[in-house]
Design a protein around this ligand. Structure first.
Ligand code: SAM
Length: 225
């Protein structure tokens, strides 16, 4: 059984897509996609040997070697031209790591129509990257699992505009304002206020003042919604 988090990622994979799952670990996501008949062909990429071996083992156990190619490679280097990959999933990493993977081999994105990204933290870095690289966020989801809250961003090529609040919290998620969304941002504001309190006690160096201002600004953005 797949986690709710990865199941939500899977729900955005178009039927018949050719998927590359980067940082696949046990290759749970590609195995699920093939078993469900959503995709026929997938690549599972891993940069670390341990998880790469786990992926190989899992794919073999499931008898999916004809459908899933497991590669030991850094980021998008796992994708070959002949694979015909049109959809990329990257889940379970920080937003900045996801962005650095996308930026490292931009030529690998040329044939790709859809990116499904699940940052554990800092989704805003992905939204900023999307804005700067002509990707449009066509959908977003937010789910809670084991007391953690995860955001899933779905990107296709296109133009969009985002306000500062939308970069931080997500245009679609803001529109929806689900219970999980409200919980996440209530928690964040509480946390920021605690950090602010501890900063008040610190010396007023320019860095501390800047940090304080940034926190106040973020709190104001979130409290407004
Ligand atoms: N995607 C799975 C999930 O969401 O459950 C696994 C997430 S796991 C926390 C992150 C995985 O990404 C690790 O197995 C790590 O080795 C892999 N990883 C990190 N940087 C990578 C990179 N540059 N290229 C490929 N894999 C990477």
């Amino acid at each position: 059984n797949l986690s709710k988090r990865l199941e939500t990622v899977a729900s955005f994979v178009p039927k018949g897509a050719i998927v590359a799952d980067i940082g696949s670990d046990h290759a749970y996501l590609p195995c699920y996609l093939v078993h469900k008949g959503i995709v026929q062909k997938a690549v599972a990429g891993e940069v670390v040997d341990g998880p790469y071996q786990s992926a190989l083992k899992k794919v073999k156990e499931e008898g999916l070697e004809d459908h899933i190619t497991v590669r030991l490679a850094d980021g998008l280097e796992a994708i070959g031209e002949s694979d015909g990959v049109d959809t990329i999933t990257i889940a379970g990493m920080g937003g900045s790591l996801i962005v650095s993977i996308l930026e490292k081999n931009p030529e690998k994105l040329e044939s790709v129509h859809r990116l499904i990204l699940q940052p554990n933290i800092h989704a805003k870095f992905i939204r900023k990257w999307a804005l700067a690289h002509q990707w449009e966020i066509i959908d977003e989801a937010i789910v809670e699992e084991d007391a953690k809250i995860y955001e899933i961003l779905v990107l296709e090529r296109g133009q969009m505009e985002l306000t500062e609040a939308e970069i931080l919290m997500g245009k679609h998620l803001l529109r929806e304002k689900s219970d999980v969304f409200l919980k996440k941002w209530n928690n964040e504001v509480k946390h920021w206020k605690k950090v602010l309190q501890s900063l008040e006690k610190a010396e007023s160096t320019p860095e501390i003042i800047a940090k304080r201002e940034e926190l106040l600004h973020h709190i104001a953005l979130v409290e407004e919604v």
